[in-house]
Design a protein around this ligand. Structure first.
Ligand code: ADE
Length: 233
């Protein structure tokens, strides 16, 4: 997979993605990242990319003409490759594991990271750009959101995770959160690991884990439990 980032802060990339699992995958060319500075497409001597909003109001809006030049430049460089374009914004559809699975089917992603109040809607509509939010809170810009989306994609690329089994039984795979995990020592701070986990009885362990998953999901994510229950109908 190739990730093309349109940003005012290209030096932020690859940033945290240079570390741990995603860093190793980057070294091994399992994916690539290229950040483009939107200011290079401004066409003005002061490299301005935004202007005041029609209708008034606070903040500045990123210009459609500037963004379109940047997008077309990246599209032309990647002609013929299965590409999706995404704008990271708190006003977008909320990202979840299902959306990530749809996104990783593309070979090439163009991720637009906004700053300021937003971007000219005509640019998004004209280019059929999908608006994606990573959650109901406001960040200063889309860059950190892009990191989140990219890392969630990278770990689904074949052979990126050391043990492919880690992808099975993950939280959200069937709407349930994961069961709790324990490791040595068996007694820590006078607290014992549940006996069943040390019993060697795989059937009982699986039952216990399922019960704990349901209990945790009910407690912290009743919305997911509803989805789980209706998926079983
Ligand atoms: N930009 C600012 N806040 C954001 C969010 N919650 N998700 C995606 N992009 C953003």
């Amino acid at each position: 997979m190739k990730f093309n980032i349109l940003t005012l802060f290209p030096d932020m990339f690859p940033g945290p993605l240079n570390h741990s699992i995603s860093g190793k995958a980057l070294d091994n060319k399992k994916y690539s990242i290229k950040a483009y500075d939107i200011r290079n497409f401004s066409g003005t001597s002061n490299k301005s990319v935004d202007d005041t909003p029609f209708g008034g109001g606070a903040g500045m809006v990123m210009r459609a003409d500037v963004l379109d030049k940047a997008l077309n430049f990246v599209k032309n460089k990647n002609e013929g490759i299965h590409t999706a374009s995404i704008y990271l914004t708190p006003s977008g559809e909320k990202l979840d594991q299902k959306m990530i699975k749809r996104i990783v089917k593309y070979d090439n992603l163009i991720l637009l990271c906004g700053r300021y109040e937003g971007v000219d809607q005509r640019f998004l509509d004209h280019n059929q750009i999908k608006e994606v939010s990573i959650g109901d809170y406001i960040l200063a810009g889309g860059e950190i959101a892009a990191f989140v989306l990219i890392e969630a994609c990278i770990r689904l690329i074949p052979d990126v995770l050391g043990n492919n089994k880690s992808l099975i039984n993950e939280s959200f795979e069937d709407y349930l959160l994961e069961h709790p995990h324990y490791t040595k020592p068996a007694i820590w701070n006078n607290i014992k690991v549940p006996d069943v986990l040390r019993s060697g009885n795989h059937k009982m362990i699986a039952e216990w884990r399922k019960k704990e998953s349901l209990k945790k999901t009910k407690k912290v994510r009743p919305d997911l439990l509803k989805l789980y229950n209706s998926s079983k109908d």
